[in-house]
Write a protein that binds this ligand. Structure first.
Ligand code: SF4
Ligand code: SF4
Length: 337
């Protein structure tokens, strides 16, 4: 399908076509944007900054039932994951993050929960024409109009939206609203190109990642780790709000004889994360935990999957309560190489 133009006057009708499809979109909650289900009659807009929490919950929920069982019984009841979901307004960095963590969830064994959810979700992305203060996606292989992981990309051209179907799922969905749109004859593509070039220029923060993955092992005992972790509170915000963080814990919840085994997001910035039953902790202080966080994203993941596990969304910088800044840490890493 060629790229299409949708006049903004037709936006409510376009949303109406999606409304019966378990549609989720960013909506304001207090001073932040969060993904929420779109109720009948609501018309979400696309004029917002990125959401505080990344939308990874659609494929990797914060808490997920793996199976239910009865104490003393032998049967297990597995969850049925068959809800179709359409997510509108996901940013290119967050969609790209899903593809990056997919590598882990498809690595030694296929993770049935992650892959079933991924199959059921359609992602409609929004080109970032006004990148955030701490965005640095181009430094780590992305960009304000990156299409990796998306089914459709929407670009706001002012009077019109410019819509590109990127997968069969995306094409099918756009086809259902075909009567509302007109085919772009080339002007839309040119306007998008200009907007994206302007957006790239607005991104002020950069990291030169050359040499970092190979150089990090040599900095294992470098004093920089103590320096950059000195003010860390170990709150885990940087990992819980990171679209590429994917660590989880598994626990059993029991009520009477009914039980469920579930997994939930965990954070390597917590002291208990690596605490052994013996009392030994291989990452006993914030120095080791911060060193691990950076090494995991910029060294181990590159080594194993050939991609940096950071998409430059800037959330960990924006929301760290003590202003620890990953771009600054990486600058110090470069300096120490
Ligand atoms: S958000 Fe900041 S203070 Fe909290 S764990 Fe991360 S680096 Fe430490
Ligand atoms: S490490 Fe920080 S900048 Fe990189 S993807 Fe995670 S939250 Fe975004």
């Amino acid at each position: 399908m060629s790229a299409m133009l949708l006049n903004k006057e037709k936006w409510p009708e376009f949303i109406g076509k999606l409304a019966g499809k378990n549609l989720w979109a960013p909506q304001a909650e207090g001073d932040a944007m969060h993904f929420a289900q779109v109720k009948e009659g609501e018309t979400p807009g696309l004029d917002f900054g990125n959401t505080r929490v990344p939308p990874k919950k659609f494929i990797f929920p914060q808490t997920e039932t793996m199976y239910r069982f009865q104490l003393g019984g032998t049967n297990i009841e597995e969850p049925v994951i068959d809800d179709e979901v359409v997510v509108l307004g996901i940013r290119p960095c967050d969609a790209r993050a899903n593809k990056i963590i997919e590598k882990l969830f498809k690595w030694d064994v296929d993770d049935p929960y992650f892959l079933a959810r991924q199959e059921k979700v359609t992602l409609i992305g929004l080109t970032c024409t006004e990148p955030g203060l701490n965005c640095f996606c181009p430094s780590v292989g992305g960009g304000p109009a990156s299409t990796d992981g998306l089914d459709i990309l929407i670009t706001d051209l002012g009077e019109n939206y410019y819509l590109e179907a990127l997968t069969n799922k995306g094409e099918k969905l756009l086809g259902e609203a075909g009567d509302l749109m007109v085919e772009d004859k080339g002007d839309g593509a040119k306007a998008k190109e200009k907007l994206v070039a302007a957006a790239e220029k607005k991104i002020n923060r950069t990291v030169d990642t050359k040499g970092i993955p190979e150089g990090l092992p040599g900095l294992w005992e470098d004093p920089l780790w103590k320096r950059v972790s000195a003010s860390c509170l170990g709150c885990g915000t940087c990992t819980y709000l990171c679209p590429t963080c994917h660590c989880f814990d598994i626990q059993d919840e029991i009520e009477g004889f009914d039980a469920r085994r579930c997994r939930m997001w965990d954070s390597c910035m917590f002291e208990e994360y690596t605490l052994h039953t013996s009392g030994h902790n291989p990452r006993p202080t914030r120095r080791e935990r911060t060193r691990n966080r950076i090494n995991h994203k910029y060294n181990y993941y590159v080594d194993k999957f050939d991609v940096i596990a950071c998409v430059g969304c800037g959330r960990c910088i924006n929301l760290c309560p003590v202003n620890i800044d990953i771009v600054e840490i990486l600058r110090q890493v470069k300096e120490a190489l």
